[in-house]
Design a protein around this ligand. Structure first.
Ligand code: PMP
Length: 453
């Protein structure tokens, strides 16, 4: 499948001997399914905070990676992991205080109804488990997802991940719905999305399929980042519940403070999901995932099936997870995501005033999407060009969305206003270098950014 910002073979000849050798080794040993980012791939050897360093020692400002959300190689997380790894690393079949303390800490940052937690190693596993639990509790099979959703890599979750492209079949029990992205849909986003979900429920029923769940990434990452208006998700949740299905909030991307409003993306919509799945930033790079659920759901599942995940919730994992929560609290990272995110978004909106290529800016906290158009139409090619111009200037972003034309700006939560200024200066320079003749409101200087008239 094509992927936004994927390295293409046509760029191979322009790479250095060393880069070509590494790419050949990769292709030989990793095979055809892997993709590299950028026209000129990056080779990082070290990370610290919001910075990644390549093999030559060049620093890159990371405005893309949300896994290392409390900063690359955060010393508190590294120390907690190392200490526990040197002490004991077993699994959840033995009593262990840190497992219980962390599980209690996790449910304490969830709504009171979601009082139980099950550990996994990845977001895909958490979503896979959510499907098993929803099917057990509802007796239904049907799954409703957004039209360009990504929910995971397993056989079950890839069958409800339409963003993997036409080469990956959706299950016969899966229906897709449009998120409120078009201007018409946005005019009444809640009603629009509820109608979409009602249509999907009706279609499942016509095919004799009972709905099991609606699963939504509550910041709509792969659909192009949709945050507003707050609350628009709520009517659709009523629809799925009335149909007998459950609502699963996939918090793999928005969870752990990214949206700046609260710990979880669903809180922006004033909702309490039946289940919440999470992963990526949970262990700041240590592979961790979890499912938080209402106890009735866990009970019903647990009485039929036993659950054990060999590595999920092991003592090293929970030490990493606990350290992440402690650092977030100590350093006020949710408030930082709100403050720096709003500052960055306002800066991007100001740049958009000068460059008509930026058609729309959306987002919440430190998750921002910006649509790129060419002659008024979505342009993945133009978005890719901007991503690569940023990379040439040592700033990392990527692109996503159904049309591949939404810039995806999603830095670690430790991003500062100073980092945001650095980003914005580089962003102006990158855009100026491409749209030298199409800038409104500005005198252009591709070397130094734009000077507002
Ligand atoms: N859900 C969402 C919304 C994701 O973005 C991802 C990962 N990109 C997953 C689930 C799957 O997580 P993992 O890669 O840890 O299996």
């Amino acid at each position: 499948m094509t992927m936004a910002n994927a390295f293409g073979a046509e760029h191979f000849v322009r790479l250095s001997q060393d880069e070509q050798t590494m790419i050949r080794r990769r292709e030989k040993v990793l095979g055809a399914a892997y993709r590299l980012f950028y026209e000129r791939p990056l080779h990082f050897v070290r990370g610290e905070g919001v910075w990644l360093y390549d093999a030559e020692g060049q620093a890159y400002l990371d405005a893309y990676n949300n896994v290392a959300s409390v900063g690359h190689c955060n010393p508190s997380v590294v120390e907690a992991m190392a200490r526990q790894a040197a002490t004991l690393n077993t699994h959840t079949r033995y009593l262990h205080d840190a497992i219980l303390t962390y599980a209690e800490a996790l449910v304490a940052i969830c709504p009171a109804e979601l009082s139980q937690v099950m550990f996994t190693c990845t977001g895909s596993e958490a979503n896979d488990l959510a499907v098993r639990m929803a099917r057990t509790c509802t007796g239904g099979e049907g799954i409703i997802v957004t039209e360009n959703a990504y929910h995971g890599v397993t056989a079950v979750t890839s069958a409800f991940s339409p963003s993997l492209g036409p080469g990956v079949d959706l299950g016969p029990h899966v229906r897709t719905v449009r998120p409120p992205l078009s201007p018409d849909a946005r005019a009444d986003a809640g009603a629009f999305f509820a109608r979409e979900v009602a249509g999907a429920v009706a279609d499942l029923r016509r095919h004799g399929i009972k709905p099991a769940m609606l699963i939504v990434d509550t910041i709509f990452s792969s659909d192009g980042v949709i945050a507003d208006p707050p609350g628009f998700l709520a009517p659709a949740i009523e629809v799925i519940r009335k149909s007998g299905g459950l609502f699963v909030a996939d918090e793999v991307q928005p969870g752990f403070g990214r949206t700046g409003d609260a710990m979880w993306g669903f809180q922006r919509h004033g909702l309490v999901p039946d289940m919440v799945t999470t992963g990526k930033p949970m262990g700041n790079g240590y592979p961790m995932g979890a499912l938080m659920a209402k106890p009735q759901i866990v009970d019903e599942f647990g009485h039929k099936a036993r659950y054990f995940n060999t590595f999920g919730g092991n003592p090293v994992a929970v030490s990493a997870g606990q350290a992440v929560l402690d650092v977030m609290e100590r350093d006020g990272l949710i408030a930082n995501a709100k403050d720096v995110g709003a500052y960055l978004k306002a800066g991007i909106e100001a740049v958009a005033q000068a460059f008509p290529a930026i058609a729309d800016v959306r987002g919440a906290g430190l998750f921002i999407g910006a649509d790129i158009v060419e002659n008024g139409a979505p342009s993945a090619q133009a978005a890719t060009r901007i991503v690569n111009e940023m990379r040439k200037r040592f700033v990392l972003i990527s692109a996503s969305g159904l049309q591949g034309n939404s810039l995806k700006i999603r830095p670690p939560l430790v991003f500062t206003r100073q980092n945001a200024d650095h980003f914005l200066t580089t962003f102006k320079q990158a855009l100026s270098s491409i749209y030298i003749d199409r800038c409104r409101l500005c005198d252009l200087n591709p070397e130094n950014g734009i000077v507002q008239k």
